[in-house]
Write a protein that binds this ligand. Structure first.
Ligand code: FAD
Length: 393
């Protein structure tokens, strides 16, 4: 019988793995992709949508090509559980899908109670916009509706979380909008972390482009002691209550719920074997992307895509005997600070027994020439085209 690979989650990790296996196995493996959404909005470049550099349509993708050209069986449903002994995935619609190898790439869910006063029922007033689409549109609309001189508050997440520079790129894009339409507005970041990704680059850019607009309250000043009240749009920071006009709450995060439902987590995340991305708890299951605990890679779309290629190669090797090369991983996180002011941080990685280990890295410098920053932004546009082609064909 043709071996069956089932992939749960059609995002950066799952869609890449499904397409890669279907393409390279040329019919020798039967691939099913389970994803509830018919349209996937990339979180990557969703901040650029908030800043007005992209429209929503440009970050929307569907699964039609994966089905039509790659022969992938795309099922729009939720996976609700995994029977690991029977090797069957249960779907919300009632079906059961058998597998020889299962890939889980469900992304993140939020840790309940991590920001007192906030739960999913508050997301329509205080959006997280950390899963893209309607949440991102809502946040942008709220920024645009702020009164002159109004206040935007971001409650930033603790480590580890999806896209380390993401909150700070978002602040840059909100500031870009406000500078043009509402220059006396204020942005406050309540941050539980002492430092953050590309901090020197962001702080330099904020000083240069948005002087006086952005205030970050770190843990030394109570930034880790934050609560919100969605009913009256207030934020408490270390006992002081601030009335806000737009509030972006990015809660603490954990592996997508299906990982815990399948018994594959240790604490909040799902540990994996670096060389193959197999779960440490079940060799028939590979886990990708944000949900994993793997070592040194940040939780990014680039990382998930890179891990997907390693897993696809390992799975083809196991199921069809194709050649398997040593695992190599790479990542770059680009961020746009203002028009044509792009910065990046990235690294290459290898698999050790213990973890995905960083080999060598690079980061933009402060004080770089505008031409270099513009070139870095151009590079990110090329990357977006590449990764979405990898995912959706
Ligand atoms: P996702 O891409 O989130 O895919 C998970 C999929 O699984 C979803 O489609 C979901 O519907 C589905 N799913 C979940 N549970 C189930 C279930 N039970 N059954 C079936 N399907 C399920 N990364 C970059 O590399 N570059 C960037 O510039 C960048 N910018 C970002 C900006 C922002 C504002 C944010 C929030 C993130 C950004 N990221 C960026 C991070 C990137 O979006 C994630 O790291 C990446 O999407 C992770 O891929 P994944 O496959 O783990 O999860």
């Amino acid at each position: 019988a043709t071996p069956r690979v089932v992939v749960v989650g059609g995002g950066a990790g799952g869609a890449t793995a499904a397409r890669q296996i279907a393409q390279d196995s040329e019919g020798a493996i039967d691939v099913t992709l389970i994803e509830p959404s018919r349209t996937y909005y990339t979180c990557f470049f969703s901040n650029l949508y908030i800043g007005g550099f992209r429209d929503m349509n440009s970050i929307a993708h569907d699964y039609a090509t994966l089905a039509a050209e790659y022969g992938i069986n795309v099922v729009h449903d939720w996976a609700t559980g995994v029977d690991r002994d029977a090797k069957v995935v249960a779907l919300a619609g009632g079906a059961s899908v058998p597998y020889d190898r299962l890939i889980l790439s469900p992304g993140i869910d939020f840790v309940e109670g991590s920001v007192p006063g906030w739960d999913l029922s508050a997301q329509t007033r205080m959006p997280h916009a950390y899963k893209a689409g309607t949440q991102t549109a809502l946040l942008k609309a709220q920024v645009e509706a702020m009164p002159q001189g109004g206040t935007f508050v971001m409650v930033a997440p603790p480590n580890p979380y999806r896209c380390p520079p993401g909150p700070y790129e978002r602040v840059s894009m909100v500031a870009h909008v406000l500078k043009a339409t509402n220059p006396t507005a204020k942005i406050i970041i309540a941050d539980p972390k002492p430092g953050f990704s590309k901090q020197a680059l962001f702080e330099e850019g904020w000083q240069k482009h948005y002087s006086g607009m952005i205030e970050r309250i770190g843990p030394d000043f109570g930034g880790e002691n934050t609560s919100v009240n969605a009913a009256d749009m207030s934020v408490g920071i270390d006992g002081e209550v601030i009335r806000a006009d737009a509030v972006n709450v990015i809660p603490a995060q954990k592996a997508g719920l299906i990982c815990a439902a399948a018994g594959l987590t240790d604490g909040d995340w799902a540990p994996v074997v670096p060389a193959t991305m197999q779960s440490r708890m079940d060799e028939n299951i590979h886990i990708l992307g944000d949900a994993t605990q793997q070592g040194d890679m940040p939780k990014s779309g680039f990382s998930a895509n890179s891990q997907a290629k390693v897993a696809a190669m390992a799975i083809r090797g196991a199921l069809t005997g194709s050649r398997v090369f040593p695992a190599r991983f790479s990542n770059t996180c680009w961020s746009l600070i203002d028009t044509n002011d792009g910065v990046k941080v990235g690294a290459t990685y290898e698999a050790t027994e213990e973890k995905i280990a960083k080999v060598a890295g690079f980061v933009s410098d402060t004080g770089e020439a505008p031409e270099l920053r513009a070139a870095t932004y151009e590079e990110s546009i090329g990357w977006y085209a590449g990764i979405t082609a990898d995912m959706f064909g």
